[in-house]
Design a protein around this ligand. Structure first.
Ligand code: BTN
Length: 255
């Protein structure tokens, strides 16, 4: 591993319910070093955002979690971890795909799309000790060699794009190197550079997007993402709204 600390301690499992769940229970029971990487060939109960399942065919995808201790962030800044993970995924995809042919985008909050289809997702979970953040677990699911997905999922993989098999461990190692770079930027308080990068790759930013709020479809203008990770939208009457990820659902994008 070509890093200072991310992924230096690596636990690889053949099968586990979820690498995030495994990481969280390990943290409760043993002393782990920052940067510990837990990867699995197969997750039997991979978890996604909003309580969804993350299903990935055994041995064909990257499913892993990184354990970090971002004590230098306050609770309103924790979304920066999501940004770092999304940017690192962007870099992995830029490495594996020809960026001239493929449009790689970050879909708020931290899905990664290639040509409009989801290729990767991030699930960050924080472990508190009392009211204090003690650890964060960044769980990453990246579709690599799987080429068939459930109907209606609108998903893709690196192999679906290139027609070739790719080395899963190489992708994980590449992610660790890229993530460490962004994480160290954060530690140095280089927030602007992370924010600019994230905004640059954001899907739908500064355009009208279709969303669903409390069951109601709406077309709203995507103004920005706030520092604490909420989406800032406005309507034609000039009213602005802030929603967190639980309050709003994406519908299809219009230009
Ligand atoms: C999402 O887009 O909904 C987030 C998906 C996150 C999936 C990864 S796979 C490794 C880690 N362990 C889990 O149970 N979930 C994350």
């Amino acid at each position: 591993m070509d890093t200072l600390f991310i992924g230096q301690n690596h636990i690889h499992l053949d099968e586990v319910d979820s690498t995030n769940s495994y990481a969280i229970s390990l943290l409760k029971n043993v002393n782990l070093t920052e940067g510990t990487l837990i990867s699995a060939k197969h997750q039997t109960k991979g978890r996604g955002q909003r309580g969804n399942l993350w299903n990935a065919v055994a041995g064909q995808n990257a499913t892993f979690s990184l354990i970090v201790k971002p004590a230098f962030l306050n609770e309103n800044q924790l979304f920066y971890l999501s940004k770092c993970a999304a940017l690192a995924l962007y870099d992995v995809l830029a490495y594996f795909l020809n960026t001239g042919h493929f449009d790689i985008k970050i879909k708020w909050p931290n899905d990664i799309l290639v040509n409009g289809k989801k290729i990767a997702g991030v699930l960050i979970e924080n472990v508190l000790s009392g009211r204090q953040l003690s650890w964060s677990v960044a769980g990453i699911g990246l579709n690599i060699n799987q080429t068939s997905f459930s109907d209606g999922l609108n998903a893709t993989s690196i192999k679906s794009c290139t027609g070739q098999d790719h080395d899963i461990m190489l992708a994980i190692r590449y992610f660790c190197t890229a993530f460490e770079g962004y994480y160290l930027q954060l530690k140095n308080k280089s927030f602007n550079s992370i924010n600019e990068n994230y905004a640059f790759f954001l899907f739908g930013l500064k355009s009208w997007i279709n969303v669903e709020v409390e069951g109601m479809p709406l077309s709203l203008f995507f103004e920005a993402v706030t520092e604490d990770g909420r989406i800032n939208l406005s309507d034609r009457g000039g009213n602005t709204y802030l929603f967190d990820v639980k309050q709003i659902k994406w519908l299809k994008l219009t230009s």
